[in-house]
Design a protein around this ligand. Structure first.
Ligand SMILES: C[S@@+](CC[C@H](N)C(=O)[O-])C[C@H]1O[C@@H](n2cnc3c(N)ncnc32)[C@H](O)[C@@H]1O
Length: 196
């Protein structure tokens, strides 16, 4: 949490942290689980997003809205809004409740469906958090990077925990002359890129 985090957000984060922990232990099927980022990653995301240049904030993979709550803190600090994409109706229901409970439903918009069908409608992206199914990462990356503003920031989760499946995508990002990128060993491993 940050020093000035509203109590409603703190409370909803606690609810989701408990739900996420239970999910992992009670045999809930993988795709039904929240699979949300750990608090340290949330904190990192909020600090990075708050440092982004002028432009739009997007998130690919809302789940129950936990990382979205962290990003809403960056939105509050910088006067932005967040557009977050989610294809699971069950997760959209939880995330809708999250953003209402946190009092940030006026600054967070959930776009239902596969993000890959919507990303071409978004331009001037200043910050993107990519946290979807791994087989969609490369396609999302290819859609997002050309739509980012100079100095725009991209964070992709799970690049260490899912190193095998994401290796090609990470290697291509690090070699990509449009961005400067590195892997940051926080949580499940984050690719952090800055558009040149
Ligand atoms: C790892 S979870 C996201 C966790 C969330 N970022 C958090 O930390 O609270 C991945 C989510 O992305 C959604 N998803 C996966 N592929 C997607 C796609 N192509 N478009 C939109 N949502 C997608 C899944 O339904 C799932 O809820």
């Amino acid at each position: 949490m940050f020093h000035d985090t509203p109590e409603a957000i703190v409370e909803r984060m606690r609810v989701l942290e408990n739900l996420n922990a239970t999910d992992r232990q009670d045999g809930t099927a993988t795709f039904e689980r929240l699979r949300q980022v750990p608090p340290a990653t949330g904190r990192f995301l909020a600090i990075v997003a708050a440092s982004a240049p002028e432009g739009a904030f997007i998130e690919i993979g809302t789940s129950g809205g936990y990382s979205g709550l962290w990003l809403s803190l960056a939105c509050r600090a910088t006067g932005r809004t967040l557009t977050t994409f989610e294809m699971s109706p069950a997760k959209i229901e939880i995330a809708t409740a999250t953003f209402e409970a946190g009092g940030v439903d006026d600054i967070v918009t959930i776009v239902p469906g596969d993000a890959r069908e919507h990303l071409a409608d978004h331009d001037a992206i200043a910050f993107c958090f990519l946290d979807a199914e791994k087989d969609a990462y490369q396609e999302c990356y290819d859609l997002v990077v050309p739509r980012m503003v100079g100095g725009g920031l991209l964070v992709a989760d799970n690049v260490i925990s899912h190193e095998d499946v994401l290796k090609d995508m990470v290697d291509r990002a690090i070699a990509d002359e449009r961005i400067d990128a590195l892997v940051v060993p926080i949580g499940s491993g984050l690719l952090l890129g800055r558009k040149i």
